[in-house]
Structure formats: structure tokens, C-alpha cells
Ligand binder design. Sequence first.
Ligand SMILES: [Zn+2]
Length: 323
Amino acid sequence: MAGRETDRQTVMQLLNDRLVLERVKLDALFPVALGVRPAAVLMIPADLPDGQDLGRLVDQRFSQRYYVGTDPAVPWPASLGRRLRDAGLRAITSPVAFKMRILSEVFQDELSGFDSYLALFRWARRLGLDTYEMDVRPTIRELYFYQDPAVLPRLQALASRRREIRRHHGVIRQNGVNTFTPFPEDFMQDFVSMAGTVLGYPRCCVEAAASERASNVAPLEIRSARQIAALRAAGQEPDPYAFFVAGFVPCHPRCEAAAAVGHQLEASLAGLDPRLGDLYTRGLAKNLEQVSRFPELIREQEERMRERLEAGLAQIAGDDQAG
Ligand SMILES: [Zn+2]
């Protein structure tokens, strides 16, 4: 960012841009541009303000193309060629591979014209950042921002390690039972450690996360929520600065190394503009709240799923009686 006036203008314009979520600006774009974090990652489409709309569009187009064989987004006569090609593909690939292929094509096509996704690349360029994308699932993508060219080979190594893990492990052992997982890399010590390090997480927190994930215990948030509850029961409070970006879980709710990153981020953002510092500080309380309420949120989600299931079963029973 060159020149103080351009800086001010850029900061204000990004701050006011509704195509980018506030936490993406504060946790990812500004910190990487300021050099406080080596890299930051977003999940696409979850980290887009209108990610759910994208999901719906992809679902609709996928269903049309997969079940009916037509694609409303492709005009005739190109649609005819597409139909023939799809029919050929369907004949020579497995049903799962065919489905994944269609899904990822539709996703890629929708994404390449999606405003809030394109806005991220415009901002990256304007802030002098580079981007790197990794496909995680046919309709989920990771988007990394970084500034130092030395980060690129580390991201490439991460991507190639993920591909390698996926080739060899689709199934993990959970509570003594073999369970299929679409994200086996999340349970591999070296992968979790590489990913955490490139994102600028403190070593103690990375090591704790990597060994816990490898031994396949509960999600990190559950462990952290328990630590927070134990602290509070002992009359102590967690340090919100240790929860320095959304999605990060410190090894301990009062981890000093993690809190130091939080203070550094706050000071750098406030140095750019006091408003950024204030917004960031408010975000810390949200991050902490999110982790401490995690078990509750999971329970609520399970409750809703059970209610839906029971309502469905009641409906079936009712239909049976009526019939
Ligand atoms: Zn730590």
C-alpha cells in the first residue's frame, strides 16, 4: 500500500464494501497486507456474504443437468453438445465420479461469475496480495491470501500432501469403528501442523491441535469449551486475545503466545485506522463466545435434526394409518 492518502482511501473502501464479510477483512485481508500474518485462508462459499445463494444456484443447475440432462445456463446449440458429452461421460465413468465431475463443473462455472467471489481477487490485487486456491470438495474451495513469495511453495506442498492423503485414506478409525470421511487430512498430524504453521498460528497451539486431531478425539472446540468452563468454575476468565481469528482454537484459553498474536493484530489494525482496531476487538469477544458455546450449538443442531426426523416418521405413520 503506497502513499498515506491512497492507504486511507483503500482502507475506507474495503471497510465499506458489502461484498466482503467483516471478519474476512479483519482476520484475513488487512492482517496479511500488514504483514502480521504470513497467510490467511477462506472457505468458499461459506466465507462469502451470499454463499448460501451460490449453493442454491449450484444445486438447481446440478439437478437439471444430472437428472434431466439439460443446463438452463447453456443456450442451444451448445447445450446439445454438452448433453452428448454428458451422456458419453455417464456411460464410461462410475456414477459417483460422474456426479462429482458435473458438480465441480457447475460450481466452477457459477463461481467464475459470482460477484462476491470476484471481489476478493480485486481486493487482493489492490492490497498487493497473491492468491492460491485448493479444491477441497467438488463444491468447496479454500482460497489463500499471502504476500511473501516464499509462502507459495509451502501452500503447494500442503496441496500435494492433501492429494496424497486422499489417495490413501478415505476411511479413519473413530471410536473403534471405521468411518468414511471426506476430509481425512484433518486427522493427519503432519497436515494439520503444516496448515497451522503457514497460517501463522503459534507453535504450542499447532502442536496441540495436530496431536489431538491425530488421536482423533473430539473437535478442538469441544476441548476448548471444556477448558473455558473449568477456568470459569475456578473463578478465572479466558483471554479473548487468545482467540485471535475466527476458527482458530488456542491450546489453552489463556495461551500467552496466542494472546500475543491477538495484541499484535489489534495494534497493527488500530495503527491503520482506529475504527479497524475497535471492530477487531469486538470480534474477539465473538470468537470466544463461538467456541465456548460450541457444545450447545452442536446440541441444538442435533435437536433440530431429531425433530425433523421425528416429524418425518410421524408423517409416514400417519400416511400408513390413513392408507
Ligand atoms: Zn498455545
